[in-house]
Design a binder for this molecule. Structure first.
Ligand code: SF4
Length: 651
């Protein structure tokens, strides 16, 4: 038998109801769906009956790595948890991405992924030591925070063990419950609650297999090329740890096989509390902290620790709190009903009370534990309209939204839970351009002329970065979705790929072919940029098929909330607004426009959607599939189960 590179060739399936573990063949899925998001989506399509809810015993919890994980490919050992998300409104397929070491250890234990089905009749954890899988008793872990669970399992199994767990919120089936892993990683979409309903407290993995690359020298050369591209003159948006008030940076913390690292770092407060912090989760409470204390304090650090310990989603908590305050301000609910003192929001005591109430489903916490959209339904009286100012109709917080970036209107409209990787692909080159514009080139070489070349190469046309028009935006959205679905199947770190710009070359245009070249070097299978993009397109369409099969109504459901059409000045909390508070964007030729206070145009969006359906090969009237499109994407097996949703008018 030829040596298999990249994949281990095996998936472990644990049936918690039967208390049995069996193996499946990864290669049944790899050719069409690569790994990660693609493979998880196909396993879900094959195994999840559409009418079943996220908490049904047959609802699978899928943990996937990609073919590059645990190999020498740089920043390529991310992994994900997938399944029916209880946090989406309505529930639907979603993926949560994580870093750290668990994914690489799973590969080194001999498996490309885990499929957990059924419900254990008592509290358990799954232990995997190389190929030895055991379902073990976990009553001693139940009720513990994520930190305490990891400590207890390390004491039990040794320091080398890598862990996935959930905290009290997951045990209590809170819909915004996260899963947590080593090195401060966590994943949203409510999969902590799916672990909870399965009576599964944790998964502990250790492995010692080596995952070789087919062309080790080729991988090495690509590593060196990436190092050169991101060398002197390169502005790495995520390169340096961000100072957190009243906490010292102790050391950078890198995921498995990441040469460059990012701002993921270990911090320590004056009282000796330690924690890894990165990105949005480090600052989710800062709005209230700053409002109460006039500056950021240690309350922000504690808030992140509390959310992580109790396994609550730091992406959803701030929107939930903004919505709660607005409901009280408008008299929709009273402060008394919430049993919270909103005047204290910003303090450690307030966030502790809020987190514990939600995690324990205590009092009004039981309403909030359902997530903002279901909580708004329960509260009624206009609460839903308020929620839709900050969230999409599926309950996804709106960041890098349509009011600023027109391509993201299509991404938010067609996906109930767009991954941040897609939204980053729009905003990151534009942040670098904004830095060039606002500092007259001091901090960034991404000029308007360079941005247009980048857009031509990555988004399909130079006019994609002329924000005075909607031209080129539908093609940009299609290309971004396709690329990012392929990337999330490999699975590559969002902070490292794609490389839009290149510090080492004369024209500074980055290289969108790096990902496919890495795939070939690791697996030995030929793949070029367009083939990988086509694979991403197949995976995107497979996920669309899942949505349609589970009840999405096609064009009727492809919309953005009304709030996105309303012109008004709004605070912008995302990184683009932080770097560029006047929201400057390039217009035509040398023009620069500010989109502050502006909104999406209704007719413009309708035109964009028509153009988008045409590029996707979907029926423009219904948003359903054309049979031919599925056949051309090698997805003919989806046609029959989709019925009338795959018989759109032929072109
Ligand atoms: S860039 Fe940061 S998040 Fe990405 S793999 Fe490296 S350490 Fe992990």
């Amino acid at each position: 038998m030829n040596t298999l590179y990249g994949w281990t060739g095996k998936l472990l399936q644990a049936d918690l109801t039967a208390g049995k573990c069996t193996e499946r063949n990864t290669l049944d899925y790899a050719e069409r769906f690569i790994g990660g998001k693609g493979m998880a989506a196909k396993i879900y399509w094959d195994s999840m009956a559409p009418q079943r809810d996220a908490f049904h015993p047959d609802s699978p919890l899928i943990i996937m790595t990609g073919p590059l994980a645990a190999t020498p490919a740089p920043s390529a050992s991310r992994w994900l948890v997938a399944g029916k998300s209880p946090s989406l409104y309505p529930e639907n397929f979603a993926c949560a991405h994580l870093g750290g070491f668990f994914g690489a250890s799973l590969k080194q234990a001999g498996y490309d992924g885990l499929i957990i089905k059924g419900t254990a009749d008592s509290r358990v954890y799954l232990s995997l030591d190389n190929e030895k899988a055991e379902i073990k008793e976990a009553s001693h872990l139940w009720g513990l925070t994520t930190r305490k669970t990891m400590e207890a399992l390390r004491n039990e199994l040794g320091d080398q063990v890598r862990i996935l767990t959930t905290g009290p919120a997951g045990e209590n089936l809170v819909r915004l419950a996260t899963v947590a892993t080593d090195a401060g990683g966590s994943g949203s979409a409510g999969f902590g609650a799916v672990m909870g309903v399965k009576n599964l407290k944790a998964i502990a993995v250790q492995g010692s297999h080596i995952i070789p690359a087919a062309d080790a020298d080729g991988v090495k050369q690509l590593r060196q090329k990436i190092k050169k591209m991101t060398g002197e003159g390169y502005f790495n948006l995520y390169g340096n740890p961000t100072p957190i008030p009243e906490a010292d940076i102790i050391k950078p913390v890198r995921c498995h096989g990441c040469p460059q690292g990012c701002w993921r770092s270990l911090y320590r407060t004056a009282s000796g509390e330690e924690g890894v912090r990165k990105c949005q989760s480090a600052f989710f409470y800062s709005l209230w902290d700053k409002r109460l204390h006039e500056d950021l304090t240690v309350a922000s650090f504690h808030a992140t620790a509390l959310a992580n310990d109790y396994s609550l989603c730091s992406m959803e908590l701030p929107g939930l709190l903004v919505w709660l305050e607005q409901c009280i301000e408008k008299g929709i609910i009273t402060e008394r009903e919430t049993e919270l003192s909103l005047a204290d929001a910003g303090s450690v005591e307030f966030i502790e009370a809020l987190v514990k109430k939600i995690a324990a489903r205590q009092g009004f916490g039981n309403v909030l534990a359902e997530g903002v959209m279901r909580a708004a339904d329960a509260v009624g009286n206009g609460a839903k309209e308020l929620a839709l100012d900050h969230f999409t109709q599926s309950g996804r917080g709106i960041a890098y939204g349509p009011k600023i970036f027109s391509p993201s209107a299509l991404i938010f409209a067609t996906e109930p839970r767009p991954s941040v990787t897609e939204l980053h692909e729009i905003c990151e080159p534009l942040i670098k351009w904004a830095l060039w514009y606002t500092t007259e080139g001091t901090f960034s070489y991404v000029s308007t002329a360079l941005l247009r070349k980048i857009a031509q190469r990555f988004w399909g046309s130079a006019e994609a970065v002329d924000f005075s028009t909607y031209a080129g935006k539908a093609l940009a959205a299609v290309k971004i979705q396709n690329r990012q679905h392929a990337k999330d199947s490999l699975i590559l770190c969002d902070f490292a790929y794609p490389l839009y710009d290149d510090a080492s070359s004369e024209d500074h245009v980055g290289d969108p072919a790096l990902e496919s070249r890495l795939f070939t070097a690791v697996t030995g299978i030929e793949m070029d940029e367009s083939m990988l993009e086509r694979a991403g397109e197949r995976i995107f369409n497979l996920i669309r098929a899942i949505l349609l099969r589970e009840g999405r109504k096609g064009r009727e459901d492809d919309y953005v909330p009304e709030s996105q059409y309303i012109e008004r000045e709004e605070p912008v909390y995302d990184a683009f607004g932080m770097f560029n508070p006047d929201l400057y964007l390039p217009g035509s030729e040398d023009e620069v426009i500010s989109v502050k206070g502006k909104a999406l145009k209704r007719e413009g969006f309708a035109r964009l959607l028509n153009e988008y359906y045409g590029l996707r090969g979907w029926d423009a009237a219904t948003g359903f599939f054309k049979k031919k499109t599925l056949e051309e994407l090698d997805l003919a097996d989806l046609i029959e189960p989709l019925g009338e949703k795959a018989t759109g008018t032929e072109a």
